[in-house]
Design a binder for this molecule. Sequence first.
Ligand SMILES: [Zn+2]
Length: 469
Amino acid sequence: MLKIFNTLTKKKEKFDFLFTEQINIYVCGVTVYDMCHIGHARTFIIFDIIVRYLKNLGYKTYYIRNITDIDDKIIYRAKKKKESISFFVKRMIKLMHEDFLCLNLLHPNKEPRVTECISDIISIIKILLKKNYAYISDNGDILFSIFRYKNYGLLSRRINNCCFYENKNINNSNSIYSKDFVLWKRNIGSNEPFWTSPWGPGRPGWHIECSAIINKFFKRKVNIHGGGVDLLFPHHENELAQLKSFKNDFFVHFWMHSGMVIIDNNKMSKSLSNTVSIRYLLNKYNPEVIRYYFLSTHYRHPLYFLEKNLYLSKNILEKIYMSLLNCITNFHVKANYEIKLRNVFINKFYDAMNDDFNTPKACLILQKLSHYVNKIKKSNIYLANVLAADLVKLGNILGLLNYNPKDFLFTNKNQSSSQINIIEILVKLRNSYRINKEWNLADIVRKKLLTLGVVVEDHVNSSTYRFIN
Ligand SMILES: [Zn+2]
């Protein structure tokens, strides 16, 4: 049975939901003020694997990842670029979607933008005010009172470090503590965007947006709430405080956090200028190499980013694809054929994944299976084909081995003139499918072009293309 490490209890716990139950998954998404970086890639690849794996086990998943499309950094960047906020945000979301599509991330069931949920946010703040969990501060902002929420600090175990307790005055429940956080930021006549509210014009604080989106789409229950470990405090602590104060019976079963990406012994951050964009990696490496690289470290561990290790992942994947070369993998295998041997690999793969998504171990099983395919290719091609088919199926669960081996092994990322010709032929072919409304075929060609690092842009009667850079 699947066991998942729960940040709340600090234990691996059984994931024993019924298959008939909808599994609600919420992952805090991107604040779209810049290109997405490898920290995003790591977090979203991990939760992509989790959704894929749960589906593979037979669960019905409902996955939501929000987009923060209003915040100080967005306002600052848009001004700096001399773009309107809406144009800037749209451009950033488009770039984000391109990155995620190239990384083969499953699109969430819903991807709500904060600015589409303002009325939901206002409704929650109204109730928090009514229940005295929130108050209007002297400057007109609405703050959440962590004094009122008795379990503050339980999720992140920050209780002792929290200055709230240092300043605690049990006789005065209306005291303002330095960790009280903003639910609604009042507009003080600046040019910043604002929305009307019962408390005057303003905009929501960051933490309330996730609580409002969760309440809107999931009501009382989230089975898995995920995000990077840097969001645990204060963001997730605050999200939980808001939701529990709003609805006492609200429940998150599993809090999951992916580890940090460390570059040159420092946490990756914009202020240290040590960020690496997803786009940079996509320009140099096949998306499956990037995915394999991230899966080679357990999701809860810190990942010490070293570009040379991407070459190792590339070599490993090439060897796996080499073993698949000339094998037939898309055929019906008799269920019991060599089942004992096949189960050695299959069971070990599932054991690894059931142990809190141990992807490094699961990747190792793929390598071992690939060695075995190579070993028996000459003596028993039928068995080699059967095991190769198993290898592809297991790889697919991790979002890997989606390419034809020849395409993976012999497609160069640098486009030569002959490749440009091929790309142009494919774009024309796709356009003709579009005109004939053969959407499935058009989509197959579009995906093929993506694997060549080409994004197609559709116009009324034609399509143009550009390389991802
Ligand atoms: Zn969030």
